[in-house]
Design a binder for this molecule. Structure first.
Ligand SMILES: Nc1ncnc2c1ncn2[C@@H]1O[C@H](COP(=O)(O)OP(=O)(O)OP(=O)(O)O)[C@@H](O)[C@H]1O
Ligand SMILES: [Mg+2]
Length: 463
């Protein structure tokens, strides 16, 4: 048979069940950029924040290129200015194969593993390895299946399978295992099938068009396909994408792959990681694997301490490093675990390796647009006046507080039998739920009757 290098496409079955819930960022479907990477005012759930989105678009392009490892970006700005939203926008715009891992700075503090181990795992979750495998398959239309049962009734069955393409026809001998899988898949004459030569796995592609006449005898769901062309034997390229972390877990003897499902991976020995790095680079040289640097997003990065920051410094220099995106809303503050102050609570030597994207507060128009997108997302109807009032609340208190009022006002409105949230509903929830400044005001007035009252502590301590 002529050695054909053409890879045939065999449709893969993918079942994805997603539970859709409305989260804080579920309205974000991308960065909302056009082809020239220019942000549109309102697009893909994103509103305004144009400069930051433009910058994020360039980072996104860089990630998609996949050639640059170990770059780090910091998104810095006031609370509620869309830092996490922009990171989610980047995540949405990446291809399916590019890993995106999101953690919050506080997540790495656990008793089960050291901080640096947790960070290593996060880093390796963000590196994809695309492994290419070539398998030989036989693809053809079944002409005839002939099974000879031994006269005694017991013993191994043998048989013959005739397959054809538009150009050729071949008879294959069948062993008992193949006979079993053929009957399990209910393969009949007229079916177009593929058989994986290495594993013997049978895949039914559909009924041949030449059998369309028998249509009446079959269910409506029967799918018709063309009789394959060319040779019966074909090469098919299968591509799997896994993360380095997944390879680590599967190969760590103490854990085994089941740990991937429980998430209980424990610490992974550094020898295992070194072996895997060596193996992966071997595969790369042989052209069997490709590295896809993904993204590690560390939100609330000021929660990390000195050890973690020094780990990040080192980790970013490795060539197996993802693009690191961090976000913080802190100004000049103490670095956790030290008495030193630094911008964003991040040591200067790490800051020096970062490029920083700044976000800024929203205008009235933008706040209104974000609230509009949110109430549509939450399936709540809002009257124009109610939206105006809510926008004012958003500007005077915070955007987050205004967003919270949407669903609560929705409940109040439904309870009074209304379909569209009116100004009164907003007023009612505004009086029921305090925002931060009114709550602080209240506490100041009644401070003496609260427990653990320490009005002298003026600054919040993050360590
Ligand atoms: N430009 C935007 N377009 C659409 N929605 C936005 C935008 N900016 C923020 N939001 C929404 O407003 C809410 C608050 O924004 P987000 O959580 O991103 O703020 P943040 O900058 O991460 O704040 P923090 O510093 O407190 O973490 C979220 O629900 C977010 O999806
Ligand atoms: Mg955030």
């Amino acid at each position: 048979m002529a050695a054909q290098m053409t890879a045939t496409k065999v449709p893969e079955v993918r079942d994805i069940t997603r539970i859709e819930r409305i989260g804080a960022h579920s309205h974000i479907r991308g960065l909302g950029l056009d082809d020239a990477l220019e942000p549109r005012q309102v697009c893909q759930g994103m509103v305004g924040q144009l400069a930051a989105r433009r910058a994020a678009g360039i980072i996104l392009e860089m990630i998609k290129d996949g050639h640059i490892a170990g770059r780090a970006v910091l998104i810095a700005g006031q609370p509620g200015t869309g830092k996490t939203a922009i990171a989610m926008g980047i995540a949405q715009s990446l291809g399916q194969d590019t890993p995106f891992t999101a953690i919050a700075g506080s997540e790495i503090f656990s008793l089960e593993m050291s901080k640096t181990e947790a960070l290593s795992q996060a880093f390796r979750k963000a590196i994809g390895v695309r492994i290419k495998e070539e398998t030989e398959i036989i693809e053809g239309e079944v002409v005839e299946i002939q099974i000879d049962r031994p006269a005694t009734g017991t013993g191994t069955k043998v048989g013959k399978l005739t397959l054809k393409t538009t150009e050729m026809e071949t008879i294959y001998d069948l062993g008992s295992k193949m006979i079993e899988s053929l009957s399990k898949e209910r393969v009949q004459a007229g079916d177009v099938i593929t058989i994986d030569k290495a594993t013997g796995k049978i895949n039914k592609l559909g009924r041949s068009f030449t059998r369309a006449r028998d249509y009446d005898a079959m269910g409506a769901q029967t799918q018709f396909v063309q009789c394959p062309e060319g040779e019966l034997q074909k090469r098919k390229e299968v591509v799997h994408t896994v993360s380095l972390h997944e390879i680590d877990v599967i190969n760590s003897r103490t854990q085994g792959f089941l740990a991937l499902f429980s998430g209980d991976t424990g610490e992974i020995k550094s020898e295992v990681r070194e072996q895997i790095n060596a193996k992966v680079s071997e595969w790369r040289e042989e052209g069997k694997a490709e590295i896809i640097p993904g993204v590690l997003f560390i939100d609330e990065v000021h929660m990390l301490d000195m050890e973690c920051f020094s780990f990040l410094n080192r980790a970013l220099e490795s060539d197996l490093s993802p693009v690191l995106i961090m976000a913080t809303n802190r100004g000049i503050t103490r670095i956790r675990g030290t008495n030193y102050q630094s911008p964003h609570g991040i040591p200067i030597d790490l800051l020096d390796r970062l490029i920083i994207i700044a976000t800024s507060p929203y205008t009235e128009k933008e706040t209104r647009q974000i609230l509009k997108i949110r109430y549509e997302e939450e399936d709540v109807e809002l009257s124009e006046e109610a939206l105006t009032v809510l926008t004012r609340i958003g500007l005077e208190t915070s955007l987050r507080y205004a967003i919270q009022l949407i669903s609560t006002a929705g409940v109040v409105c439904r309870k009074r039998g209304g379909t569209e949230v009116q100004v009164e509903d907003i007023k009612r929830v505004y009086s029921l739920f305090l925002d931060e400044s009114r709550s602080s005001q209240y506490m100041k007035e009644y401070q003496d009757s609260f427990l653990f009252n320490e009005t002298k502590a003026t600054q919040m301590d993050t360590s």
